[in-house]
Design a protein around this ligand. Structure first.
Ligand code: GDP
Length: 216
């Protein structure tokens, strides 16, 4: 949902989002070195979160493709930023996850430096979505990520994942606690999307939000 729109405008977004995401979505390239980044031609929407938060599942649900984003990479693997082209209209960027248990310090530093450089150097980056597991809420690593986004002055929005795993009262509680924590971050948009890739909940709304932010 977009807070600055009236109810009628908001109601139209899911259909516009559906049409946007009905177009073909193709893997473009994986970037391990920022010198390989693609041009600024299209608005980019990046997804990030703790490993296992449900990021690949959400990207697959959004694009209606089963295996577009590969699930859970292991900590030792080269960490890549994966770019997908959606109908030559926007790009979806799958950023490498954070918070692996026992990740070597060197790997974490490399991840941090690469993500921060990407965030700071992308004029076409429309929005970053920070994924939060509905069962866990915002943890220390997520707060670090949100601080990094604030420092880079990049607009971002929280998405709760795996909403089917908690009861509706637990969901309300986690949403309220996330909103309270998010209020302290200036670059965080004050609306939280609630999604379940397994049940399809919140997917149409999120597509509509992306349509809106892409200014198409
Ligand atoms: P990633 O590491 O963030 O890319 O997470 P994945 O998409 O690989 O998901 C991690 C695990 O959570 C997998 O076992 C998924 O099947 C599961 N998962 C992801 N999304 C959902 C969801 O919406 N509901 C449920 N119940 N499980 C999910």
């Amino acid at each position: 949902m977009i807070l600055d729109l009236n109810a009628e405008q908001n109601a139209e977004l899911p259909e516009k989002g559906r049409l946007l995401f009905a177009q073909s979505c193709d893997f473009m390239l994986g970037v391990a070195n920022l010198k390989q980044l693609p041009d600024y031609a299209l608005p980019e929407f990046a997804f990030i979160g703790r490993s296992n938060v449900g990021k690949s599942s959400l990207i697959n649900a959004l694009t209606g493709r089963k295996n577009l984003a590969r699930t859970s990479v292991t900590p030792g693997r080269t960490q890549e930023l994966n770019f997908f082209n959606l109908g030559n209209k926007i790009r979806i960027v799958d950023l490498p996850g954070y918070g692996f248990a026992n990740a070597p310090v060197k790997t974490v530093k490399r991840w941090h430096d690469m993500i921060y450089a990407y965030l700071q150097g992308r004029p076409n980056l429309s929005k970053v979505f920070v994924l939060i597991d509905s069962r866990r809420g915002i943890g220390a690593k997520d707060l670090e990520m949100m601080q990094m986004l604030d420092d880079a002055a990049v607009s971002y929005q929280l998405i709760l994942t795996k909403s089917d795993k908690v009861s509706s009262s637990e969901l309300e509680k986690v949403k309220a606690s996330c909103a309270a924590k998010a209020a302290k971050f200036t670059a965080c948009y004050p609306y939280i999307d609630v999604t379940s890739s397994a049940k399809g909940e919140g997917i149409a709304e999120l597509r509509g939000d992306i349509f809106f932010w892409s200014n198409l």
